[in-house]
Every structure is written in C-alpha cells, then in structure tokens.
Design a protein around this ligand. Structure first.
Ligand SMILES: NC(=O)c1ccc[n+]([C@@H]2O[C@H](COP(=O)([O-])OP(=O)(O)OC[C@H]3O[C@@H](n4cnc5c(N)ncnc54)[C@H](O)[C@@H]3O)[C@@H](O)[C@H]2O)c1
Ligand SMILES: [Zn+2]
Length: 367
C-alpha cells in the first residue's frame, strides 16, 4: 500500500493506493472520519459486488451502514439523482456526523461529492474510485458537481474528501477501453509536468497495458502526486496554474461535442485533442517534431486514437470546431487560452494563437 498526502491546510487528506489487506479499509476509514454516526455508501450499479464487500469490511454488523445504488452513466450526474439522494439521506436520518462514501467512476465521485457538500451545509465524504480516470484525475482535487441537460458540470462546489482509497483490485472488472481512456490523462501528466514520468510510461508500456499491479500502482501514485501538487498550488483555479491540467481539453471537449455522444470516451477525445495541441505547438515552433512524435507514439501504443475517424470527419469543419472551442469554459472574454507544450514535461498558456494555424492543426488530425 502506497500513501500520499494532498496538502491543503485544514482540508488536507491522504490517498492510499494498492491492494488492501483484509480489514485495512475499515481501519483507515475510521481514522480518517472519526466519530461518524452513519456511513452511506453510494455506488455505481456496475460495482455493486465490490461495494457490498467493502460494506462488510467497514461494518460487519451492518447496522450503521447503508448501500445506495446509482445507475451507470453520465446521465446520473443529474438534478433527479441529486434529489433522490437528498431524500434518501433524509429517510436515513443522516446528520452532520454522517459520512458519504462514493464507490465508482468520476460520475459517482462528482455526484456524491456534491451531495456531501450540500447535505447539512457539508458532511465528510470518502472517494473510492473504480475507474482509472477517477483514480488519476476526478477523485483528486475537490471538484464536485452535476450537469444540466443543456450543459455539463455547471452546478458544483469545491469540496475536498477526507480520504481517497484506491483499491487497484477494483480495476479487475473495468473494460479495456475504459482503462485505456484513463491512460490518456496519465500521458497528459507526463507531457505537462514530468519528462521522467513520461519516459517511464514509454519504458513500461507493456506492463501498464497488461495491468501489472506494481505498474498500475506506480502510475496512479505519480499521477495523483502531480495533480495534488497543482491543486495545492491553485485549489480554486484562481492563479491560472490549475489550467495546465486542461492540456488537450479545449480541443478534446470540442471533439466530444461534435462527435455524436458515445463515439469517443473522454480520454479518447483528449488523446486526439493533445495531438491537435501538439501539432499547433509544432507549427508555432514551441516544441520539436520528435517531441510530438514521442507523444503520438505513446498514445497510439496505449491504443488511443490520435486522429478523428474518417466516417465522422465531415462534422469537424473549421467553423464548427472553433464555435465549440470558444464555448469551452476555459475561454475568457471570447479569447482562446490554449495550453501548449514547450517540451515533454512543460507547458505554457498561449493566448490568441493564429486562427489559420489552429485550423491547420485540426485538419492534420482529420480522417
Ligand atoms: N471532478 C473532477 O475533477 C473531474 C475530473 C475529470 C472528470 N470528471 C468527471 O468524471 C466523469 C467521468 O468519469 P469516468 O470516466 O470514471 O466515468 P464513469 O463514472 O461513467 O465510469 C465509466 C464506466 O465504467 C463503469 N465502471 C466504473 N467502475 C467500474 C469497474 N471497476 N468495473 C466495471 N465497470 C466500471 C461505469 O459504470 C461506467 O459505465 C465525467 O462526468 C467527468 O465530468 C471530474
Ligand atoms: Zn480530462
């Protein structure tokens, strides 16, 4: 078991990563949330058995623990689910000392974190991420929230967990495509912050793809460390530092918008988005062709797309992409702020990159 600390003054919390011994989770949970009256586990329906097992570990007598299942999928980050969970909390007579435990991917973490931030003006919560994306990204940093039908992530709060518990065994049931999608964010951390980490991903690609337990623990740990450092330096996205986590995401969100829902998983769209950003950085002379090639090769090795599929390329006109990119929330006052690499391990914010070069970078990844 590996442990690291997210340093946020009074809101600091530990992240434990590995395959736990029999009762380890129960002990750690009681340490992290002392004097808790009730534990409410909210889990993704696809990890029901894993959640039930953990419930047994935490409270073998099952009196003070409740399990609530939520349907899988992004549509569960909704006002309806929020309402349902609030009412469940009411019927369970949940008080200020109650603790919520989120077991699932980013959808469950975001939803349950937001319930925790609002119930009784805020109760403690624990993240147990079960997708690679949630382990390396969404469970760290305290962003919680839900969607409106018209707009993603527009309702939310910053609310830090008391503990993040990454049981790598939970990945055993995760479909390969979801696992690879999470690897896109892992590659992102290497490109934006850590060349040595990027090199270790290149060196250990086959162990990582084979989900070797040691390799998985290492990539989750380093990714969490890097994200935790950024979050500690800019908890509420006020200094601009946290924006570097958005590398590949302005292009990627536009790709998610224009491709039909479900065509690309988030990490797949980010992989193409990072390739577009990398192309733009190359044409601006900000980094070298060999840096870009290393990034593209590693993404491809992890089975991630680096180009838009020919069948849907016609949807990606310059106008449609620019409109979608300007709608991205990282835009400010109608000016595109793009995170672009200057080498593997370092990125910078670039404002007002020339439109023709952005369009060329998009075209270079079409079909
Ligand atoms: N809060 C943040 O900082 C942050 C950061 C990035 C993403 N997010 C959010 O995270 C969400 C995406 O997260 P995600 O990719 O984890 O998606 P997800 O939660 O929808 O999980 C992906 C799929 O995997 C299934 N699943 C989860 N764990 C499983 C397991 N162990 N075995 C088998 N199936 C399993 C789920 O049922 C779902 O079908 C988005 O809503 C996004 O907005 C939040
Ligand atoms: Zn992302």
């Amino acid at each position: 078991m590996q442990t690291l600390q997210v340093s946020l003054d009074a809101r600091s919390y530990p992240i434990h990563i590995g395959r736990p011994e029999a009762n380890e989770f129960g002990h750690m949970l009681r340490d992290a949330v002392p004097k808790c009256s009730k534990i409410i586990i909210v889990h993704d329906e696809s990890v029901a058995r894993f959640a039930a097992r953990n419930a047994m570990v935490i409270a073998p007598d099952s009196r003070s623990i409740h399990l609530v299942s939520v349907a899988s999928g992004e549509t569960s980050k909704s006002v309806e689910q929020l309402d349902r969970l609030w009412k469940t909390m009411l019927s369970l007579k949940a008080d200020r000392q109650s603790v919520l435990v989120a077991i699932g991917g980013g959808v469950i973490g975001d939803l349950v974190g937001f319930v925790a931030s609002t119930w009784n003006r805020g109760v403690r919560f624990v993240q147990v991420p079960t997708t690679l994306l949630a382990m390396v990204d969404s469970s760290v940093g305290g962003k919680t929230g839900i969607n409106l039908p018209e707009a993603k992530n527009v309702i939310g709060a910053f609310w830090q967990p008391s503990l993040v518990w990454v049981d790598t065994a939970s990945l055993d049931s995760l479909p390969d495509r979801e696992y690879r999608s999470g690897l896109a964010e892992v590659v992102k951390y290497g490109v934006i912050l850590d060349e040595a980490f990027f090199r270790s991903l290149e060196d250990r690609a086959s162990d990582i793809l084979g989900r070797d337990d040691f390799a998985v623990t290492e990539i989750v740990k380093r990714s969490c460390e890097l994200k935790a450092q950024v979050v500690a330096a800019d908890e509420r996205e006020t200094t601009g530092l946290r924006a570097i986590l958005n590398y590949g995401h302005t292009f990627g969100h536009a790709i998610e918008t224009l491709a039909e829902y479900g065509t690309y998983l988030h990490g797949e769209a980010i992989s193409i988005g990072m390739t577009m950003a990398g192309m733009l950085a190359l044409s601006l002379g900000r980094w070298t062709a060999s840096d870009l090639e290393r990034q593209t090769e590693l993404l491809a090795r992890f089975g991630l797309p680096t180009r838009i599929a020919p069948a849907i390329a016609s949807r990606f006109s310059h106008a449609a992409m620019m409109d979608a990119m300007l709608l991205d929330k990282k835009t400010s006052h109608g000016r595109l702020h793009l995170i672009l690499p200057s080498r593997i391990g370092h990125v910078e914010t670039v404002v007002d990159a020339p439109l023709e070069l952005i369009e060329d970078a998009i075209d270079a990844c079409l079909g």
